[in-house]
Structures are given as C-alpha cells and as structure tokens.
Design a protein around this ligand. Structure first.
Ligand code: GLN
Length: 479
C-alpha cells in the first residue's frame, strides 16, 4: 500500500474502492511489526482496531460514516481511554487502566477515527529526547541511532514511519513541536485551553496543551476542529467559537512577520538551522510580505521561568501517585511511611524525581518568593512582550529547535537537555498557538523545523499560513 499523506487522499481512495479501513489498519499494523525496533508504540489495540475498521467500512457503504472515517490514529500514553491501560511511560502506573475517556479521544471516536494504540513518550511527558521512558527510548527512523525528540517521540515517529496517519501528543514546553521538527513532520500546539484537558494526565496544568502530529496541514486542521471547544468536564477550556479550520485554509493576504533577532544571531543555534530559517524569511520577502527583525531580550529568561513553574506544578500534580490507591506499590515496605517512600522511589524514573524535588524546593516556604513568585511575575512579562509583538505583526517566526536530532545518549547533562526547549517555551509560557513545519534538511539529512507562532486563538490564520508555506515556497521537506 502507498504512503498516505492526508485523510483526504485516503477518503478519495476509499470512495474509488482502492482501499478500505480494514486494509489501512492491516497495513499500519504490519508496519508497526516490521519497525518494532523504533519502539514507537507501547501497545497496539489490534483486534479492536480491526473490528472498528469493519464497522466503519460498513458505515461508509451505507453513507453514514463520520468525518474521520479512514483516519487511523495513535494516542500518546498520557491520555485516558476507558478500559485501556494508561502508564505515562512510567512504572508508577503499572497495571493502571483508565476509567473514562479523554474528551479529545471521545470526539475523535464519535467521528469514526480508529484508535490504533498507545504511543511511547518520556515519563509523564518530561523530556526532550524520549530517553526517559520506562519502556526504553524511541528511535528516529531517519537514523535509528538518533533520538526522535520528546516528549511525544513515539507519536512523532508513528507519523514519520507510517505507522498511523496522525497521532495525538501533548505540548507543555515543546513536546509536540520539537519531536515534529526532529522527525520531519508537522506538529501543532494550539492556544492553551483550545482543546479540553479532561483525560490528559496533568504534568504542569497551566501549560499542558493537547497537540497534533500529522503529515498534512489539512489533517491538523480537521483534527483540531473536531477536538476543540467547550467541554462540561473541563472548566478551564475556552468557550470561544471553533471555526471551520479545514474549510478556511486558503491564504492570499500579504502579512507582517516578526522574526526574533536573538534567535537568528545566537551562536548556540546550529548555523544550518539559522540559514534555513533565513531562507524562508527571504522567500517571504520576495513574495511581498513584510519581514522585520524584533528584539526579544527576555529570551534567556524563558527557559528558567518554564522550568521553575512547571516543576512546581509537577511536584503538586504528581503527589497523587503514592502507591495507595492505584498503580505500583513497592513490595518492600514495612510501614506506611516506607510504603510511600519506597513506592515513589522505585516507581518514578530519575528525571521525574529530579523535577519533583526541584518543584518542591521552589515551592518551599523559604524559597517561594525568590523562585516561584518571581517566575510568575516573569511569566507575565514574557506574555506582555509577546502580545506587544502581535499588536504589530501577524506572526512570530523562529526555528523550532537549536539543533537537529542528536544521538541517543549524547546529551547527558539535564541542563543541556533542557536547552533543547529554548525556542519552543515562549509559546508555552505565553500560551500562544504555534506550529512546527519541516522546511529543510541539514548536511546529514536530518530534518529542520520552522516554527510559526500566532496570537491567541488565531489557529485559523496560522494553519492557512503554514499551508501556504508548505505548498508554495518549495521548502517542504516532509519525509
Ligand atoms: N522538554 C520539555 C520538558 O521536559 C517539554 C515537555 C513537554 O512539552 N511535555 O518539560
């Protein structure tokens, strides 16, 4: 079977009798088996997916199928799916089954998407390389000695390696965009609160955003449209109208683009990545758009702000995993205190423990004001400066990552690993929508991502612009 890049192509072939949901599911399952070494899926719901495919094929024949008929999708292992295992790639949730289904998944199923399985990720979505999974790292198909990025590495590789058509990820500080860039696919992080977080395991609740990894902007648009909008189970989700994103992908305006000077000049960012970014800017100028450099002197404060606030939130969110009610309980305990201590010590991995400790530290009475309160203030400043740019510009563009995919085991120091998020955290701290699209390859053939940020709830414009860039600029380097 050929590789499909969009649901539209699949649905066309289904209509013409060239394929069916059953064939698609078989195809993806056989790819997953053949490429098991990539370690992208933790579990494949084989039988269930086949049964679903059979039913949806019948619905297609009788003209009753939903808008996502033919969409075979992977879900990151941090999303609840009733009566299915959920582990957040952690031993602490060993044996846990979801008791309800996340709103986003519910909405996909309602439109006849087929949920193929759970994808691997960094433990509790903490990481930038997918090396923090209790089930082993995910490998980048382009070079299996290299990481796929993280934390949604399994979802990115699943799309990259044709193991499913699209995948859900979560993006707290870049976990959809960064792996998308490393794997040469499209990664969309919508505005914070655009999609319900009900059923998304909390890491840092004021940052956590559901995101989409796909091979086409059309699929990102359609999936976003279906999953977005108010939800009685999440009081923080936006009630703003959900536009018909897919219908509105045409782009014919001349726009104003801001690029952040500090990122174009920063010697810590690969020269090839800066060059590829400049090439896109040049294309934009030649095509009649206004491109201006703006300064964002707070760039160096974004990462520390992100890591103080997210570890604080994580230390609180992860306190629920205590070995008492569900998941892993250490067998080596003698009394209640040792049960808590040992279950958490043995159940969590190193990075998660590091963050719980860091978060507890920044929230502790004597340091609260020096770290947590200060970081909250800096967050407000970052938001304000970001919004000020959007008063004059339609988009902010910058590279997605400072480097291309690095080798497994290459980045050992946690601080060096945090550096991978340098360019994605602005949209996370400020809450803006942002997308990474594949624009080029470096000298070793590794994908380079280009990041576009828009003002709050301007996904419609963002998707249309990304679509135009991928279609018209000749820079599409999707694998
Ligand atoms: N790499 C970042 C972190 O480790 C982002 C993670 C994410 O977006 N889930 O926190």
């Amino acid at each position: 079977m050929r590789t499909y890049n969009s649901l539209q192509d699949i649905q066309k072939d289904i209509r013409e009798g060239k394929t069916s949901c059953a064939q698609l599911v078989d195809f993806y399952i056989s790819n997953i088996r053949q490429k098991a070494y990539l370690n992208a899926f933790l579990e494949v719901f084989e039988e269930e997916a086949r049964e679903k495919a059979f039913i949806i094929d019948q619905k297609i024949t009788s003209g009753q199928a939903g808008r996502l008929a033919g969409m075979v999708i992977g879900i990151k292992d941090v999303l609840c799916y009733e009566n299915h295992a959920l582990q957040c790639s952690s031993m602490i949730l060993d044996g846990f089954n979801s008791q309800f289904t996340a709103t986003c998944i519910e909405r996909l199923i309602r439109e006849d998407a087929i949920i193929l399985g759970r994808t691997n990720c960094d433990e509790f979505a903490m990481g930038s390389s997918n090396e923090n999974s209790a089930f082993g790292p995910v490998r980048n198909e382009i070079d299996p000695d290299r990481v796929p990025g993280g934390s949604s590495g399994g979802s990115a590789v699943a799309v990259q390696a044709d193991l499913c058509l699209a995948a859900l990820g979560t993006d707290t500080g870049g976990s959809v965009r960064q792996p998308a860039a490393f794997c040469g696919v499209i990664g969309l992080k919508p505005t914070y609160s655009r999609i319900s977080r009900y059923g998304l395991t909390a890491y840092a609740s004021s940052f956590d955003t559901l995101g989409i990894l796909s091979r086409s902007i059309e699929d990102s648009a359609l999936l976003l449209e279906i999953m977005s909008g108010k939800d009685e189970f999440d009081s923080t989700v936006s009630r703003q109208r959900v536009p018909p994103y897919l219908q509105n992908l045409a782009f014919d305006k001349k726009i104003r683009v801001a690029c952040i000077r500090e990122t174009l000049e920063d010697p810590r960012i690969d020269t090839e990545i800066r060059q590829a970014t400049s090439n896109v800017l040049q294309f934009l100028e030649e095509d009649g758009h206004v491109v201006e450099e703006v300064s964002f002197p707070m760039l160096d404060y974004i990462l520390p702000t992100y890591y103080i606030l997210t570890t604080a939130e994580a230390s609180s969110n992860l306190s629920r995993y205590d070995g008492v009610k569900y998941g892993f309980r250490s067998p080596n305990t003698t009394d209640m205190e040792s049960m808590y201590k040992k279950s958490r010590t043995e159940g969590f991995g190193e990075e998660v423990k590091r963050r719980i400790l860091l978060g507890t530290f920044v929230l502790s009475a004597s340091y609260y004001d020096a770290y947590y309160t200060k970081a909250q203030k800096v967050r407000q400043l970052i938001k304000k400066h970001t919004l000020d740019i959007f008063k004059k510009f339609d988009f902010i563009v910058l590279p997605t990552t400072p480097t291309t995919a690095f080798k497994l085991g290459e980045v050992k120091n946690p601080l060096d690993m945090y550096f991978a998020d340098l360019l994605t955290v602005q949209a996370s701290v400020a809450g803006n929508p942002s997308i990474s699209i594949p624009i080029s390859l470096d000298g070793r053939g590794l994908p380079i991502g280009f990041q576009i940020m828009a003002d709050y709830f301007e996904e419609e414009k963002l998707l249309a612009f990304a679509n135009y860039l991928l279609r018209d600029s000749g820079i599409n380097h999707q694998i």
